[in-house]
Design a protein around this ligand. Structure first.
Ligand code: FMN
Length: 208
């Protein structure tokens, strides 16, 4: 528990990274092997991650991200995507539980039918909200896991979604939720932590 507290307190949005630092796919996989435990609605796992380490591609992301310098110096740029069609995999995702006998065929069929119905009735707005909601939770976990393994991150909304889509040839079903730059922070430019509201200003009990 104390470790979680330390990770939460130590995570900061990095301003600038040490440009020579590299991260291997194995190290990234280690992070994603923990990130996969993020919660998601109906366990649909709406999040897709596109990791950009290739310098040419990184340059394109830099342009799409309003030329934010930290994209240039990051060891990797993680594109967090939400899948609008995640619900269509409900059958596949629950197959294991059916085979293990945790749920019977009737329960399986009911789950598949109700989840498909829920998302189809919800329509495009709901599918988009779900894509962004679930991938945002996953992204937060990614940043905490990265910090725990000694990496710094910065979540970023400062990018043009259309330019990013074009540069990375993203299909329409994947909504870019945010970018996360990752690396080892160059702390020479670190500012003090930004103001935080006191708890009483953002928490109410029983009534707003
Ligand atoms: C959704 C989201 C988008 C953000 N976009 C950017 C961004 O484009 N560029 C940037 O430098 N920081 C960005 N930030 C970082 C915030 O400025 C930062 O989280 C906030 O100032 C609090 O600082 P801390 O994360 O160090 O505690 C973003 C944060 C979030 C959660």
């Amino acid at each position: 528990m104390a470790e979680v507290t330390a990770v939460v307190k130590d995570r900061r949005s990095a301003m600038k990274f040490q440009p020579e630092v590299r991260i291997s796919n194995e190290e990234l996989d280690e992070l994603f092997n923990l990130v996969k435990f993020a919660p998601s609605a109906f366990n649909l796992q709406h999040t897709r991650y596109l990791v950009v380490t290739d310098p040419e591609l990184k340059e394109k992301v830099y342009e799409a991200a309003n030329q934010q310098y930290k994209v240039k110096t990051a060891s990797a740029v993680i594109v967090v995507l939400g899948d609008l069609d995640a619900y269509k995999q409900v059958g596949e995702i629950n197959q294991g539980l059916l085979q293990l006998g945790v749920i019977n065929k009737q329960e399986y069929d009911m789950t598949v039918e109700s989840v498909l119905g829920f998302y189809e009735e919800g329509g495009d707005t709901f599918k988009r909200e779900e894509a962004i909601r679930n991938s945002s939770l996953s992204a937060m976990l990614f940043m905490l896991v990265a910090k725990d393994k000694g990496w710094d991150t910065c979540p970023m909304i400062g990018f043009n979604p259309e330019s990013l889509k074009e540069a990375l040839q993203l299909p329409d079903r994947l909504v870019p939720t945010m970018l996360i730059t990752l690396g080892k922070e160059d702390t020479s430019r670190q500012r003090p932590r930004g103001y935080r509201k006191p708890v009483a200003e953002f928490v109410s009990y029983n009534t707003l």
